[in-house]
Every structure is written in C-alpha cells, then in structure tokens.
Design a protein around this ligand. Structure first.
Ligand code: C5P
Length: 215
C-alpha cells in the first residue's frame, strides 16, 4: 500500500472534525485530530499549575508528558482525557499553549510518528497540517465558512449563546492566524471548500471526490 495523507485544515465551526472523521471512515483510513494534542497539552500545563504564557515552563511540562491518540480517543500519560479537553477552560487557554514554538515542534513530531505507525496513511485535521506537518500530503483541503455560519453551528451543538460563540471564534481565529509560529493559513496547493452553503453530506462527497482512485 502506498502512502496516502489527506490534510484537512481550517478554523473551528466549519465541520472540520465531523467531516474528517466521516471521510476517514468511508475511505477506510485512520483519523488524527491534532487539535486534541494541543488541548491535552493545555490540560497538562493547567494541572501542573504553570502560567500558560510562560513558554519555557509549558514546554517543560509538555516534553515530560506522554501524548497519544488511538481510535478517536486522546490519552495524556495513559489517561483518557477525551472529555476533559473539551471543557471551556481548555478552549480558552489552548491558543496560548499552541503559540509556543517548542510546544509545536514537540507535538508535530508526535503527529508525524503517529502517521509512520499507521503505514503512512491517514486523514489528519488541524491548522498547520498541509503547511507544516505534512507539506507533501497527497490531498490538501482547507475548509472554511463565514464567521456567522460557524458560530451558529457551534451554538447549535453546544447550546451556548451565539454571540458569545462568535466572539470566542473570532478571538481564537485572530490568535491562531497571527501567531509567529506556524500561523493558520491556507496551505500551498490546498483546495478551499467553503462549507457555508453546503450540508454535511455534500462536503463529505466533495472530499471523497478528491481522493485518488486506489483508496
Ligand atoms: O481543532 P480544535 O478547536 O480542537 O483546536 C484547538 C486549538 O489547538 C486551536 O484553536 C489552535 O490554537 C490549536 N491547534 C493548532 N494547530 C493544529 C491544531 C490545533 O495550533 N494543527
């Protein structure tokens, strides 16, 4: 079997996670959610009681922790943290943690080694996959949607107030796309899919159509 990497980047609220999972399932490929690594790193730093803006302290915690992901579950030092990493406190702190270059370098290596241990095949979603983690990915997709649509989708999922969600999305977009280390960007060679007017099935179908026929 040859290598097959599908890189899916884009901001939150575009349906990136559910679309990536479904695409992986239909294509028979393993799936990696890289955002979960940054979330687990944030949890580790909070539990260690370090200041999230202190790059050296956060890096020491991250380098001393064990991160892994299998079958859609995220593990920190062998503990399943899939649920706690979705808490508000983590979502609020994660952009600070993910801005530290040494944290990124460490987690990117783990993401690359995950792919090697899955025979070089997988659907990998995040914010720097096609640009930094796997610049030679077989297929690169950048999912986008208008801020209002993204906020509405998030609010429908979580039951939160739409204006609050919009504010949080805008704040994280700004931090993620203006940071010095690997800012979120449309990777070179990526196909941009605007999901604002598309339903879930239409997006999945469009992405399936981009896969090479052997898969
Ligand atoms: O995708 P998710 O919302 O779980 O990502 C959480 C955060 O992790 C993002 O806001 C971003 O700060 C960071 N992230 C990143 N690079 C990735 C994936 C996520 O910096 N590849």
């Amino acid at each position: 079997m040859s290598d097959l990497i599908v890189a899916i980047d884009g901001p939150g609220g575009t349906g990136k996670s559910s679309v990536s999972r479904e695409l992986a399932r239909r294509a028979g490929l393993p799936h990696l959610d890289t955002g979960a690594f940054y979330r687990a790193a944030t949890l580790a730093a909070l539990e260690a009681g370090v200041d999230l803006d202190d790059g050296d302290a956060v890096t020491t915690v991250v380098e001393g922790s064990d991160f892994s992901q299998e079958e859609g579950r995220m593990y920190l030092d062998g503990r399943d943290v899939s649920d706690p990493i979705r808490e508000d406190e983590i979502t609020k702190g994660v952009s600070a943690v993910s801005a530290h270059p040494a944290v990124r370098a460490h987690l990117v290596e783990l993401q690359r080694s995950w792919l090697r241990s899955h025979e070089g095949r997988g659907v990998v979603e995040g914010r720097d996959i096609g640009s930094v983690v796997f610049p030679d990915a077989t297929v690169k997709v950048y999912l986008d949607a208008s801020p209002e649509v993204r906020a509405r989708r998030r609010a429908e999922q979580s039951g939160e107030d739409i204006a609050e969600v919009l504010e949080d999305l805008n704040r994280r977009d700004h931090l993620d796309s203006t940071r010095v280390a690997s800012p979120m960007t449309v990777p070179r060679g990526a196909i941009v899919v605007d999901t604002s007017e598309l339903d879930f099935e239409a997006v999945v179908e469009q992405l399936i159509g981009l896969l090479p026929s052997e898969s």
